[in-house]
Design a binder for this molecule. Sequence first.
Ligand code: SAH
Ligand code: SF4
Ligand code: F3S
Length: 460
Amino acid sequence: MFFGSIEYSGPGRDNLRPMKKLFIKTYGCQMNAYDSARMADLLAPLGYAGTETAADADMVILNTCHIRERAVEKVYSELGRLRKLKDRKAKSGHRMLVAVAGCTAQAEGEEILARVPMVDMVVGPQSYHRLPEMIARLARGSGERIEADFPALEKFDALPDAVSDTGVSAFLTVQEGCDKFCTFCVVPYTRGPEHSRPPEKILAEARMLAARGAREIILLGQNVNAYRGMDASGRSWPLARLIEAIAGIEDVLRIRYTTSHPRDMDDDLIEAHGGIGKLMPFLHLPVQSGSDSVLEAMNRQHTAADYRRLIGRIRERRPDIAFSSDFIVGFPGESDADFEATLQLVRDVGYAQCFSFKYSPRPGTPAAAARKQISESVKTARLDTLQKLLLAQQDAANLAIMDKTLDVLFEKPGRNADQIVGRTPYLNPVHVQAPMSLIGKVRPVRIEALTANSVKGSLA
Ligand code: SAH
Ligand code: SF4
Ligand code: F3S
């Protein structure tokens, strides 16, 4: 799960002498990062090429997240800055289009236009393939400024092949939406119902990514292990079968998938972790809480014991697998004992790295209306306690690979000259003194030292 913001500078198409510049700022999860790349692909034929800053852009897209209140605040403060920029540009005779995409667009389309009228268009995560049409309508000065339907099939069919630089490690969305309705979560409302892309389309995209230099493919979905794609002959593929087929592509060296729901970890997928060598031994399997009563109130539809059993079964098939999870503290009604049960689950499982959040009430979700909301000070204290424990586990996981020799897939240049950065099978970033020619290759690396966020090693 990725929760920073990244600035996407789109496909470089210098040879086409593009007339217009596009700046996309991405918030939220990896699925938004994938969508941003696809929006850039979609606008490239209209003459838009990526740029590094909003200041020199002809069009700015904010690809937004709605998951917590803080995420939405960021969107409105960025819109405040863009409004000033747009005014300044207008005074010097330049028009800058501003589009709001992503989950906040889906959830608050009308409100965005009311609060920030300078926004030219609002487009939801399942309708961004209509951006070119919206831009054309805007040029004519007519028509609807919001597109927020859920025509899931239509979107993927309407998107062009990816032209953006995919990098060594590439995202590939295979499943979208969520039918789980955890009581705290907006995703089922912003992304719509679960929908899986057909396997043939995914395989074609994976082959194309590999041909463009991708060596690792990260299969994405809000509930990726609920994947059930229907092939042309009407057979339904579970995720394990899709992984197996992608593993058959020679140039794809590594496969990962995220994010999974514990309820959808079927036997085939557990088996795949033992049987498919290219499937990496790292699994993000969010549990949210270790207390059964909280899990029930969250509508997670599994108990803490179910989750422990599941972890045990996966470890049986792949003993060295590293786990990560998401946690929410301060869910309505969470007692000290409930929170202690979460800490105990963390101690029992032993995670490599995790994300943890204070519960944030989201408008329209059932938990937001619950009576027993937890005070901010209790949430802060609990988050602090949990994060200390998680950090200690993360340090232990990094220490455990010290002095070992592990395969590293090199992804990009490091910050220092002569340094390149890659990842171990367990996802630890490793900095190594090595030639750039190794980017895109896997080499054994001896892990030698720990720094704040990564490890250092040398070619073995
Ligand atoms: N199915 C995806 C969901 C994306 S949301 C997944 O499980 O990764 C990512 C995480 O955000 C969730 O796992 C949850 O821990 C957190 N989250 C979602 N809604 C939240 C809320 N209202 N308050 C705090 N954290 C929340
Ligand atoms: Fe949200 Fe739950 Fe669906 Fe994940 S499974 S997206 S947490 S509703
Ligand atoms: Fe955020 Fe939407 Fe992803 S709410 S976490 S961008 S699915």
